[in-house]
Write a protein that binds this ligand. Structure first.
Ligand SMILES: [Zn+2]
Length: 88
């Protein structure tokens, strides 16, 4: 009779674990997904606004430095300022 109870407990435990895994699995891949890396925040050097990297207008300077802007206007403004200063 004790073995029967043990089997019930073990089977119940595995069913519980399986159910927990089923409910927990959709959350697990989101923890360190490439999507999160894409959502990294960057600062617009013109208007100082923070925005997600994937939404930003990217500018690569001749030195290989990347600049991120909230809009093409900010990007154009930055390019003009850099030209006036003569450095990037
Ligand atoms: Zn801006």
């Amino acid at each position: 009779m004790l073995i029967r109870w043990l089997i019930i407990i073990i089977v119940g435990f595995f069913i519980f674990r399986l159910l927990r895994r089923l409910f927990a699995s959709p959350k697990l891949p989101d923890r360190k997904s490439p999507r999160e890396i894409q959502d990294e925040m960057v600062q617009d050097p013109v208007c100082k606004v923070y925005l997600p990297k994937r939404q930003a207008n990217v500018l690569k300077s001749p030195k290989g430095v990347y600049y991120y802007f909230c809009s093409t206007q900010c990007r154009e403004k930055f390019i003009k300022e850099v030209k006036n200063r003569g450095s990037a």
